[in-house]
Design a protein around this ligand. Structure first.
Ligand SMILES: CC(C)(COP(=O)(O)OP(=O)(O)OC[C@H]1O[C@@H](n2cnc3c(N)ncnc32)[C@H](O)[C@@H]1OP(=O)(O)O)[C@@H](O)C(=O)NCCC(=O)NCCS
Length: 159
């Protein structure tokens, strides 16, 4: 069954808190301190009001199985994502990134590149990005939007 992304709202504060201190998720972050409930609530309220940040929930048949935060900075969109413990190693990570590419293309017309910073030991995260045609460079994985279209045009000898 296909998954989909929906925008998070105030009601998702507990859901996201239930995921944020998962040890594997904390370990994957560059700032890996354990997050208190108050810190989380303050942070989430700010995120919901920030225009260039979209916090999304990834669902399968109404069941939340992951989250992704997309923050635009100029013509780049930076990603932060996780799949909920209990739903990992089922291909959901790969599907999430494929949906993110579509979402950015539709919602951020000025964005030219999607980027994710991944630790060297985070093999699962690297694989799901590579499988979605991201290119690695020193731990930064990037995907250029519209590349396929340009390649088709180049090959055909047209503009
Ligand atoms: C990284 C993460 C999102 C991967 O999600 P997932 O749903 O388990 O990923 P998938 O099932 O789509 O797996 C993608 C590939 O990675 C592999 N993989 C997944 N987790 C792995 C792990 N811990 N170690 C090695 N390989 C792993 C899968 O076997 C699959 O390999 P394949 O391409 O050969 O089939 C998930 O483990 C997670 O939420 N981790 C904590 C948060 C995190 O790391 N976020 C990213 C920060 S950059």
């Amino acid at each position: 069954m296909e998954g989909y992304l929906r925008k998070a709202d105030e009601k998702d504060v507990e859901l996201l808190f239930s995921w944020v201190n998962d040890p594997i998720t904390r370990n994957s972050a560059f700032d890996s301190h354990v997050i208190s409930y108050d810190e989380h609530v303050n942070w989430f309220q700010k995120i919901l009001k920030t225009e260039n940040i979209h916090q999304l929930i990834f669902e399968k048949e109404g069941v939340p199985v992951g989250q992704v935060r997309i923050e635009t900075k100029g013509d780049a969109a930076e990603l932060d994502y996780s799949i909920a413990p209990g739903f990992r190693m089922m291909g959901y990570g790969k599907e999430l990134i494929a949906l993110v590419k579509q979402y950015v293309e539709t919602n951020f017309r000025d964005v030219k590149e999607i980027v994710a910073l991944v630790k060297a030991e985070n093999i699962g995260s690297q694989k799901m990005l590579l499988d979605n045609d991201f290119s690695p460079q020193y731990g930064v994985y990037s995907y250029t939007l519209g590349k396929e279209l340009n390649e088709v045009q180049d090959n055909s000898g047209n503009l």
